[in-house]
Ligand binder design. Structure first.
Ligand code: IPM
Ligand code: MG
Length: 365
């Protein structure tokens, strides 16, 4: 299979973990006879240095001409946020891409690795039954893309307002995808809202209820977002697929992302109605460890595996990557974020090489 992939490494650890994932994709190319062509493009602070913009049209064009986008991470060091290079960098890059391609569906799989049971911040009596959750977050509407306003009243007092808005079609699209996702898994869908307070949530609930009839095999629970935050910590095993609005999904997916032990393990997929996708790790640019060859590349590599599966239908190849990662972790090959006190961490390049070797062992050419 021949595919063009737009590669946007971005800032901080982005380039290091991206190059790890490209090595893995090259191995897939070689072993499974595919031809992935990588078109590099600048994004974030790295793009600002060249174009004076975080998301230049040159980058958008490369993305438009590709079959999928593999994205690293953007944003600057915490102490440099006043520098114009970093001001608004994350929103300008990420939200611009979401808007340009109308990515309405964001999927964040939260899955424990067997070898990392000890890594969860939850005690064994909470995480003992594991966690295997898919969060479907609506990505194109809500308070993110409503009107943002600042004004002063007649007394000179400053005000700010952000409008949350949804139309039923936008909700129906993500809800349908989540139902289909649940059908392929354990058939339990938790719709998360704040219907006791918000009209957008009441509309959300109506849309979910209207679709329930089309998916009689899926059990639906409605849960308020505050309760959901609590339940994710108390008993994560109760969840299968979660579907929720943009802002709630942002917060809940960060909360859930630490359950497996490190945000460096969590990939994500953003898809539009045409099925075009952007794949990125859930974590950020982690400037404190940039250039030290210690970053965990697994989230970026798993993002590439999601791309193979969702965008190219290459499920066997995607599974080979996931199995290789599980095997490497089982052997105790871990980056610093995954090591307990008595374990010795390996470097980004070492864990990448170990994953590449496992893939080669899984698929003998
Ligand atoms: C995410 C991020 C973004 C979001 C930020 C960086 C704009 O937190 O992808 O979850 O809020 O959606
Ligand atoms: Mg977030």
């Amino acid at each position: 299979m021949k595919k063009i992939i737009a590669v946007l490494p971005g800032d901080g650890i982005g380039p290091e973990v991206m190059s790890a994932s490209l090595e893995v994709l090259e191995t897939i190319n070689e072993r499974y006879n595919h031809q992935f062509i990588f078109q590099h493009a600048a994004i974030g602070g790295a793009a600002f240095d060249i174009y004076g913009k975080h998301c230049p049209h040159e980058t958008l064009e490369i993305c438009q001409q590709s079959d999928a986008i593999l994205f690293g991470c953007v944003g600057g060091p915490v102490d440099a946020q006043d520098d114009p290079k970093w001001q608004g960098c994350e929103a300008n890059s990420i939200l611009a891409l979401r808007k340009a391609f109308n990515f309405g569906v964001n999927i964040r799989p939260i899955k424990m690795f067997n070898a990392l049971q000890e890594n969860s911040p939850l005690k064994n009596n909470r995480i003992g039954q594991g966690a295997d959750i898919e969060i479907f977050r609506e990505l194109s509407g809500d308070i993110y893309f409503g009107e943002h306003r600042r004004f002063e009243d007649e007394n000179g007092v400053k005000h700010a307002s952000d409008t949350a808005e949804y139309d039923e079609n936008t909700i129906a699209h993500i809800v349908e995808k989540a139902f289909i996702g649940a059908q392929k898994r354990n058939k339990v869908l938790t719709s998360v809202d704040k219907a006791n307070v918000l009209d957008t949530s009441r509309l959300w609930r109506e849309v979910v209820k209207a679709q329930e009839k089309n998916f009689p095999d899926v059990k639906v629970n409605h849960m308020y977002v505050d309760n959901c935050a609590m339940q994710l910590v108390l008993n994560p095993a109760q969840f299968d697929v979660i579907v929720t609005a943009n802002l709630f999904g942002d917060i809940l997916s960060d909360l859930a992302s630490v359950l497996p032990g490190s945000i460096g393990l969590i990939p994500s997929a953003s898809l539009n109605k045409q099925g075009f996708g952007l794949y990125e790790p859930a974590g950020g640019s982690a400037f404190d460890i940039q250039g030290k060859n210690v970053a965990n590349p697994i989230a970026q590599i798993l993002s590439a595996s999601l791309m193979l599966s969702y965008s190219f239908g290459l499920h066997q190849e995607a599974k080979a990557i996931q199995d290789a990662i599980e095997a490497v972790l089982k052997k105790g090959v871990k980056t610093a974020d995954l090591c307990t006190v008595d374990e010795t961490p390996v470097t980004t390049t070492q864990i990448t090489q170990a994953i590449v070797q496992e893939i080669k062992a899984i698929c003998i050419a």
